[in-house]
Design a protein around this ligand. Sequence first.
Ligand SMILES: Nc1ncnc2c1ncn2[C@@H]1O[C@H](COP(=O)(O)OP(=O)(O)OP(=O)(O)O)[C@@H](O)[C@H]1O
Length: 353
Amino acid sequence: MNDVHPNDTRRTDVHKSDEPHRLLDVRDLEVTYANGAAAIRGVNLHVDAGQKLGVAGESGCGKSTLALALLRLLPPGSKVSGEILLDGEDVLTMKWGRVRAVRWAGASIVFQGAMHSLNAVHRIGDQIAEPILLHKKATQAGARRKAGELLEHVGLPAARAEAYPHELSGGQRQRVMIAMALACDPRLIIADEPTTALDVMIQAQILRLIEQLVSEQDLGLMMISHDLAVLSDTCDRLAVMYAGRVVEEGPATQVYENARHPYGKALSAAFPRIGDPASRFAPRGLPGDPPDPSALPSGCTFHPRCPVALDACATEDQALREAGPQHRAACVHAGAPLPAQPTSAPTTAERTP
Ligand SMILES: Nc1ncnc2c1ncn2[C@@H]1O[C@H](COP(=O)(O)OP(=O)(O)OP(=O)(O)O)[C@@H](O)[C@H]1O
């Protein structure tokens, strides 16, 4: 059995070249739950080594379904098609043994609400050591030592390995979740609302920690959140999801400050950046809710809520199209700045002559 080298938490084998190394390549992904809910509908996205992709959208847009699909964690009965290439290997066609290995060593997920994800009756150190024992074939002593190092790496004393989850604060528990996600040296971290349950100061600390780890180890990051301001602050690129589709994507600052899809615009207005001059304007809520994925509206699925929809939007769906340098939006208005928006979205009846 191998022991674990003390410096294993730092990646030393990273091959740097001019070509970006594609860690994740999602192609035409479709997910339909057993009840017929079409939660993901033709999603394409990618993450390169060292790149931070933010996936934004309101509750119910399909963000968590996407994260679960990436590591085949969806409930039985879900229908999945397309390709999920993790370092070139399709997760959807892998044997289960390989999927289990890839879940820790290829990509790992940091979920929101660490208290629910950690086992209340086991010490923190044992929980971090478990995947190391299992997947890295380390000795007990080696795994325990690495657990302590990982804790230090995320800013906690190694001695906290002896603590139980209830003895830690919410922020400390989230640090433990990050340490655990790093346990088997994954190349890609998927963080699903990693700071949602935390107060603003701790949230900022955790986000800086994630950024630091990603850049130090040349990892890829896919961070999921409803908060576009948090994502634009942390990530290089953003993908905005609505009703199971990516409706806007591009450089983070462009999408946040110059959204070309009315949904992206509404999300950025709903989450102004703290300390940004834009926060002088009151955040605007978007009336209505995302549609039920079992009964999607015709045409552009956003049209019933869209303040600038044309009549054609009720019948014609839009593919992603050029909206600026490396910036795409699935909207009839994508080619030009959005028209001035009425104060509230018109009803379909108001728009139909
Ligand atoms: N197990 C399931 N069976 C059927 N439908 C589901 C299941 N899980 C999620 N859904 C539906 O799929 C759609 C997408 O849900 P998902 O949880 O992926 O959205 P989300 O954007 O992550 O929302 P949240 O931020 O609230 O988690 C929603 O309409 C949801 O009701």
